[in-house]
Design a protein around this ligand. Structure first.
Ligand SMILES: Cc1ncc(COP(=O)(O)O)c(C=O)c1O
Ligand SMILES: N[C@@H](CCOP(=O)(O)O)C(=O)O
Length: 469
């Protein structure tokens, strides 16, 4: 399986090449050259397997010859063996045709663990075999950072630098990152937004000398391997609720557009998916894009669902590439204009192509808190604010007749990562799992930096210039 850049000016690479590069050298994102195809009966056979086995099977389609299949099975068994729920990604029925897919039973209590636990193992194997080291740069709005640190901290061949927007992640999220004190881990609180952090990551990737000198890699969802691993739970969830070849819809709390794009990938591979619901918080650029064709970033608004406080969604580029019939010249032109104007009007044909698969809704702060409260009243369970955004969107989209049939809402984080919002909505404080019971007593270590690529570059150079991993 070969991977091509959305911008068409980088050579094709194999799965391992895409994994190690993160972003393509022409600034584009890697995509499978062609979608692997499964029949519906294959999808069911794999979706009904225990989670780790299903993951190895699906990942084999993406990895091709680049990773040995037996090794993939070992890695996934190891990666998902440590999840707190034996089902790994359990489904809860919350209404006649409504389900919640719990994706927060991994080591850092958010869906990021699903991909990151595999990526850590894939990096380890590839770098050991190649006798190479890597400096991983990560931008986080709260969850990717801790999942990446947890997965990579004991990887001797990797240094990891995590940029988070200062004061804009929850205290639990921050402590889960900054309390990991290790020689190969560096947390930086950036004076800016997540978008600033993500722009810095892309600026660093654009500096070829720097990329070579520290051997830069990335594990944000710009990295195709992240999305490949995230397609798996769409299969297992579909197989547990769907009759025969029944199409099912998924509603996904969305920020960087990675998780919902993994659902799109599953659909392109042949999984019967009806609609993919993009649920946005008050930072509603993706809802404006899908409903009106207006992709214009606004100032980031801090919300109760901080991990989705994102304006420029990296993976939207992958969707535009698809919706434009994979025309990389048109895509490159569009992205260059967007970079100049900071605004994009999506033409009617592209929008129509997007709407074949995607619908959207934006959920206000009041609605988010009301949904946490009403869900607790109806089920006795606490949900986190990101999940609440998606659940409120699912209820609205069904009510308006935009989606019908079975709906699976993705629950992306444990409520204890956002105790203030949950307590405000319900009066109950969600307890952190045992592994984190002393989180607030652990010492923290982090640096601070302005939102400037040069400042980050100089920290990374000081710490991890070539050969120091
Ligand atoms: C808890 C949570 N929910 C939802 C999202 C949005 O996911 P994506 O960025 O893949 O759209 C994030 C951040 O990525 C998150 O951390
Ligand atoms: N919400 C994310 C932001 C980064 O998204 P990614 O999926 O591209 O890594 C976070 O919690 O860090």
């Amino acid at each position: 399986m070969e991977y091509i850049s959305t911008r068409g000016r980088a050579s094709a690479v194999d799965f391992e090449g895409a994994l190690l590069a993160g972003l393509a050298p022409d600034g584009g994102l890697y995509m499978p050259e062609a979608w692997p195809r499964l029949t519906v009966s294959e999808a069911r056979r794999i979706g009904e397997m225990p989670y780790a086995k299903a993951a190895a099977e699906i990942l084999s389609f993406f990895a091709g010859d680049a990773v040995d299949s037996a090794l993939l099975h070992e890695m996934t068994a190891d990666a998902y063996g440590g999840f707190a729920d034996p089902a790994v990604a359990p489904l809860r029925k919350v209404g006649d045709d409504d389900y919640i897919l719990e994706l927060f039973h991994g080591p850092t209590l958010a869906f990021k663990d699903f991909a990151m636990q595999i990526l850590g193992r894939l990096f380890d194997a590839a770098l050991t075999r190649r006798d190479e080291t890597l400096t991983i740069i990560v931008a986080t709005s709260g969850d990717t950072g801790s999942a990446a640190i947890e997965a990579l901290k004991s990887c001797a061949r990797v240094n990891i630098v995590v940029l988070h927007p200062e004061g804009r992640v929850s205290e639990v999220q921050r402590r889960m990152m900054t309390s990991v004190i290790a020689p190969n881990v560096c947390n930086i609180a950036v004076d800016g937004s997540f978008d600033d952090c993500q722009a810095i990551v892309k600026a660093l990737f654009a500096d070829e000398t720097f990329v070579r000198s520290v051997r830069l890699g990335g594990v944000n969802s710009i990295n195709w391997a992240r999305l490949a691993a995230q397609t798996v739970y769409y299969y297992t969830a579909w197989a547990s609720v769907a009759g025969k070849d029944e199409p099912v819809s998924f509603v996904v709390p969305t920020g960087n557009f990675g998780d919902v794009f993994a659902g799109y990938a599953a659909k392109k591979m042949g999984l019967p998916v009806a609609k993919l619901g993009v649920a946005a918080n008050a930072n509603d650029i993706l809802h404006r894009a899908i409903s009106k064709g207006d992709y214009t970033p606004a100032t980031v608004r801090p919300t109760a669902s901080p991990s989705m406080d994102i304006q420029v969604a990296s993976n939207f580029e992958r969707l535009l590439f698809e919706a434009k019939g994979r025309d990389n010249t048109a895509l490159r032109d569009l992205m260059e204009k967007f970079s100049d104007k900071r605004s994009m009007r999506i033409d009617d044909a592209t929008l129509a192509a997007i709407r074949e698969d995607f619908v959207s809704a934006a959920v206000s702060e009041e609605e988010t808190l009301a949904e946490i409260a009403q869900h607790e009243k109806a089920t006795g369970d606490l949900i986190d604010p990101h999940t609440a955004v998606a659940r409120a969107a699912a209820i609205r989209l069904r009510g308006e007749g935009v989606i019908s049939g079975k709906i699976i809402t993705l629950s992306t984080a444990h409520p204890a990562k956002f105790p203030e919002a949950v307590e405000q909505a319900t009066g109950r404080t969600p307890a952190l799992p045992k592994a984190y019971s002393d989180l607030f007593d652990r010492p923290e270590e982090m640096r601070k930096a302005p939102a400037a690529a040069d400042a980050i570059k100089s920290i990374v150079n000081d710490l991890f210039a070539k050969g120091s991993a």
